[in-house]
Design a protein around this ligand. Structure first.
Ligand SMILES: Cc1ncc(COP(=O)(O)O)c(C=O)c1O
Length: 223
């Protein structure tokens, strides 16, 4: 017999050994969506007894709020690409070259230098972007500088990748600019990245070119 169990007895099948990743257990309790779900569960919406109108101040969902409709040109381009049947294959994980070229040309309009397609790495949203960055940079002992206030997922991802997280302040009186003076004490030889979110989430600020230049110059000189 091929399986070697020639005496008629069933061969012992090793048990499957499924178990959750310990590092993830309990983390979802701290997610933004988890907190939002708990708050919403406690709200009395609708027309029943105790119902109150709810003003969703933190909600930019284009489906729920039609003022954020996608431009017709973008909708047509996506629909046309689907109808053509020419783009159903696997794409490079950094994104399609024509898309990256187009983005680099668009961004170069406001820059004193020219970006190339190779300067652009396309991801499915910010979550994948921070995952890629943390996975690539999380060498042993690495630390990463994160803005405060910031987006919780960035901290979660950095910690998940074994990085130490350090925080620099955003100053509300100066349009949530980076507190450049406060940065001095943070970086050392193990600092591998500084996260700047622009346009900002959760503060909604947009940095000037000059401020971004100062922040990146600081990072280049100190990390
Ligand atoms: C700064 C930042 N990081 C992460 C996320 C979440 O990732 P995603 O864009 O994949 O939804 C968001 C979403 O708004 C964000 O603004």
């Amino acid at each position: 017999m091929e399986n070697g169990a020639g005496n008629g007895a069933a061969a012992a099948v090793p048990a499957w050994n499924f178990a959750p990743n310990d590092a993830l257990l309990g983390l979802t309790a701290l997610s933004v969506r988890g907190v939002l779900g708990r708050v919403k569960a406690g709200m009395a919406e609708g027309s029943g007894a105790g119902a109150r109108p709810v003003v969703p101040l933190g909600h930019g969902d284009p489906s729920a709020f039609p003022c954020f409709r996608t431009a017709p040109e973008a909708v047509d381009a996506v629909a046309g690409a689907l109808r053509s049947g020419e783009h159903n294959s696997y794409a490079a994980c950094v994104g399609l070259e024509p898309a990256r070229r187009s983005i680099s040309q668009y961004l170069s309009r406001d820059l004193p230098y020219e970006l190339s397609a190779d300067d652009v790495y396309l991801t499915s949203g910010c979550a994948q972007a921070i995952e890629v960055v943390c996975s690539a940079l999380a060498r042993h002992g690495a630390n990463i500088l994160l803005p405060r206030p910031g987006y919780l997922f960035h901290e979660a991802r950095a910690v998940f990748n074994g990085m130490e997280t350090r925080y620099f302040d955003l100053v509300p009186e100066r349009g949530w600019e980076v507190d450049l003076d406060g940065l001095q004490a943070l970086a050392d030889g193990n600092t591998v990245a500084m996260v700047i979110v622009n346009p900002g989430n959760p503060c909604g600020n947009v940095y000037t070119y000059e401020h971004l230049g100062k922040a990146s110059a600081w990072f280049m000189n100190h990390a």
